[in-house]
Design a protein around this ligand. Structure first.
Ligand code: ADP
Ligand code: MG
Length: 258
């Protein structure tokens, strides 16, 4: 089967600082990949480049056979080729952020129906049906009339996940979905992500929850200095770290998690 996502030689510089230096990896349908690495290693930038929230300096992203390339000339100016596909990418990719990003003045239900009505042009009744279906998957249907400020962080994140699911994405990106949560609320969000993984969703997950990553991922990609340092099944990464950097990272996260 052809990969769902191909990231090829992705580079991103902010001014003189090169954050991504030729990042390449593939994802198949139904695969769960955790992107790990120390803080500042470019994980968020990689996710943001994949759905073009950030414009790559150079490289190519291919999603289900459609590609967008960034080509740099000798003056380091970037030209985007096939930019019309960016819109297609955004329709197919759902992203869950660390800070939930719910609309504060909309109820739970309205947060989920918003894009269904205004982007997918669904009628309100149909949008609400879809929204309630997804909200019940994450255990939030009963609180549909609440506002985000009336919810815990864990509940807000579950609504944010339902909002993404309602758009039926082909690929889900999670950027540290539990790192803004109080420790006792982390589990409820991880449980939802695990259910999605078991149901066959294709998930690219950035997380510090290393035990969870190990348990839920088909592969783990360790990012270091803006490139893939190791791309392996979890057991292999833990048993046989490819470099001192991987080793150091694993030791530090395991000792803090203990
Ligand atoms: P991670 O998610 O792995 O912690 P990031 O992708 O957020 O890392 O950031 C990688 C590096 O890029 C950091 O040094 C960060 O300061 C820098 N960076 C990220 N976004 C920007 C930006 N918009 N402008 C300038 N520098 C940025
Ligand atoms: Mg980050």
């Amino acid at each position: 089967m052809a990969p769902v996502l191909k990231v090829h030689e992705l580079c991103k510089a902010f001014g003189a600082a090169c954050v991504l230096n030729g990042l390449s990896f593939h994802m198949r349908q139904g695969e769960v990949i955790s992107l790990v690495g120390s803080s500042g290693s470019g994980k968020s930038t990689a996710l943001r480049c994949i759905n073009f929230l950030e414009t790559p300096s150079s490289g190519e992203i291919e999603l289900m056979g459609d590609a967008v390339s960034a080509i740099q000339n000798e003056r380091r100016e970037t030209k985007i080729v096939n930019s019309a596909n960016i819109k297609v990418f955004r329709r197919r990719i759902g992203m869950v952020f660390q800070n939930f990003n719910l609309w504060p003045h909309r109820t739970v239900l309205e947060n989920v129906t918003e894009a269904l009505i205004y982007v997918l042009r669904k009628r309100k009744r149909e949008a609400e049906e879809v929204a309630l279906f997804e909200l019940s998957k994450v255990g939030m249907a009963e609180l549909k009339h609440r506002y985000p400020s009336q919810l815990s962080g864990g509940q807000q994140q579950r609504v944010a996940i339902a909002r993404v699911l309602a758009m039926r994405p082909k690929l889900m990106l999670f950027d540290e979905p539990t790192s803004a949560l109080d420790p006792e609320l982390v589990g409820e969000v991880l449980k939802v992500i695990k259910t999605l993984a078991c149901d066959g969703a294709t998930i690219l997950l950035v997380t510090h929850e290393i035990r969870f990553a190990r348990e839920v991922s088909n592969r783990m990609i360790f990012l270091h200095k803006g490139i893939v340092e190791q791309d392996a099944v979890p057991e292999e990464l833990f048993r046989n770290p490819a470099s001192e950097a991987v080793n150091r990272f694993l030791s530090s996260v395991i000792s803090t998690a203990a």
